[in-house]
Design a protein around this ligand. Structure first.
Ligand SMILES: Cc1cc2nc3c(=O)[nH]c(=O)nc-3n(C[C@H](O)[C@H](O)[C@H](O)COP(=O)(O)OP(=O)(O)OC[C@H]3O[C@@H](n4cnc5c(N)ncnc54)[C@H](O)[C@@H]3O)c2cc1C
Length: 453
């Protein structure tokens, strides 16, 4: 059997591991266009701030690929010849497949304003982008950052850490409004202002001006002019569907796959940020732009490609990240509706978070320690934990295992209740163990789930 994997991200690597766990003899070719191969994309944020050197991003060595019997091929696939079962690389090289996996990810949505072609305008997709941003930050003093969500904030923090003065433009009236509530947005914005970041609300770029082909200022739609040495944007991501589209595979916003990660061509599978996966519970196809689901989808695709029938079951959406220096865990369904800053999905985001659940909000917190839970009829549907992470593990379990919380429902909904205390007591009773209160925030999450090789 000849397996071809396009894309050396976490979905592609997980698929390879899964194939090998079933088929030790088949030939596996991994085609990737990123010259740096596999590395932690969420970790790029910590490289930007200078907290880690880039070598820490790499968790797989070339000999690991050898041990797995993988043939790595650096290049870009430009066409799939479905009838003949070949892929064509740039340079007219052809590789045959019996089973093909498209794990080509998603790329930043381009900033569609005049002047976006100038030098000094950046997005953050790959290590190459991160290196360019770091290099440019050394040359300048003032940066403009555009967009909501995690990646825009990572750009803000990276540039502040590199000594730049940052103007942060939000198209709406607060930060990440489709996931965070008003209080949570304000916690983050307050921290940014303390770091010296200047926030602009209802701010949209009309044009980028340049000097000798290099960005020199931006003009906002309200005619404010901001001088700047660089501009970085993160307004959304676009699944890379063009290969699939050109070969007449079914696509919507992503490549449409069933629960087996199989496209409408039985020999072609898709996984990760590019895949829009059928969810039998929701009865519709969903995109998750998260690291852990990408890995799990890759594993499921790999097993099915090698002949093991395995259904992908979407787990409760979970993201542990850092927002303005605060460890933040987002679990399950917490949605607030629309976010003007974002065009569709953003990185580290799940469509699940945007759905307004049939639930009531209970929250408590002060300053940087904050807990919000979405209370359903008998279970918790979602939670946001900012700062102290004592409750994040218990909440993950309560939500994923659909633990019946009827006994504390009224307490949670009492406006005077200390939600954290109610939950700590509940968890202690439920497990028979006391919750250990963590005094520090949990360490950064470079490789949210490391591949096992
Ligand atoms: C800055 C940043 C921060 C993030 N933060 C978080 C976070 O906090 N939490 C979280 O859960 N997720 C986060 N993510 C998202 C997470 O990294 C992605 O969900 C995950 O990496 C998707 O993996 P993938 O394998 O589907 O795609 P990718 O990792 O994008 O890999 C796709 C690969 O395919 C290659 N490729 C594309 N087209 C071709 C072609 N035609 N031929 C050959 N190769 C091709 C690309 O070069 C790339 O290497 C973040 C991502 C970024 C960039």
């Amino acid at each position: 059997m000849e397996y071809v994997i396009i894309g050396s991200g976490v979905a592609g690597i997980a698929a390879i591991e899964a194939i090998r766990s079933v088929d030790t003899a088949g030939e596996i070719t991994l085609i990737g266009s990123d010259p740096h191969g596999y590395y932690s994309r969420p970790g790029l944020a910590y490289y930007l701030t200078g907290e880690i050197p880039d070598k820490v991003l790499f968790s797989i060595r070339p000999e690991d690929f050898q041990n797995l019997g993988v043939q790595p091929l650096h290049g870009t696939v430009k066409r799939i010849l479905r009838a003949e079962q070949y892929v064509e690389l740039e340079g007219r090289e052809y590789v045959h497949y019996d089973r093909l996996l498209l794990a080509v990810g998603a790329l930043a949505t381009p900033l569609d304003v005049p002047g976006s072609q100038f030098d000094g305008v950046f997005k953050l997709d790959h290590l190459t982008d991160a290196r360019q941003i770091v290099k440019n930050a050394k040359r300048g003093k003032i940066a403009v950052v555009v967009g909501g969500g995690i990646t825009a904030l990572e750009l803000v923090e990276g540039l502040v850490a590199r000594g730049m003065n940052v103007h942060y433009l939000l198209r709406g009236d607060r930060y990440w409004s489709n996931v965070l509530d008003l209080q949570e947005s304000k916690i983050i914005e307050q921290r940014l202002m303390q770091e010296g970041v200047e926030l602009y609300y209802h701010a949209e770029i009309a044009e980028i001006n340049g000097n000798q082909n290099r960005v020199s200022s931006v003009r906002l739609k309200n005619n404010t002019n901001l001088q700047c040495d660089m501009l970085a944007y993160a307004i959304g991501v676009q699944p890379q569907t063009h290969l699939a589209k050109e070969s007449a595979l079914e696509i919507d916003r992503g490549i449409l796959v069933d629960e087996y990660m199989q496209t409408n061509d039985p020999n072609i599978f898709a996984a990760g940020d590019v895949a829009q996966v059928y969810d039998p519970l929701l009865k519709r196809s969903v995109i998750e732009s998260l690291w852990t689901p990408s890995r799990e989808q890759g594993t499921t695709a790999g097993l099915n490609m090698a002949g093991r029938k395995k259904i992908y079951t979407k787990s409760v959406a979970l993201n542990v990240t850092r927002l303005a220096g605060l460890t933040t865990t987002i679990i399950g369904t917490v949605g607030q509706g629309q976010d003007l800053d974002l065009i569709g999905m953003v990185r580290g985001d799940s469509e699940t978070w945007h759905e307004l659940p049939d639930s009531t909000v209970a929250q408590s917190g002060f300053d940087v320690n904050h807990v919000r839970v979405m209370v359903g009829k008998q279970t918790l549907l979602g939670a946001v934990v900012i700062g102290n992470q004592t409750l994040s593990n218990p909440l993950q379990k309560i939500i994923s295992n659909k633990v019946n919380i009827s006994s504390i429902r009224e307490d949670l909904l009492n406006p005077k209740a200390n939600i954290a205390e109610v939950l700590v007591r509940f968890w202690a009773n439920y497990t028979g163990h006391k919750v250990k209160v963590e005094q520090r925030t949990i360490p950064r999450n470079l490789h949210p789930v490391k591949p096992s090789i």
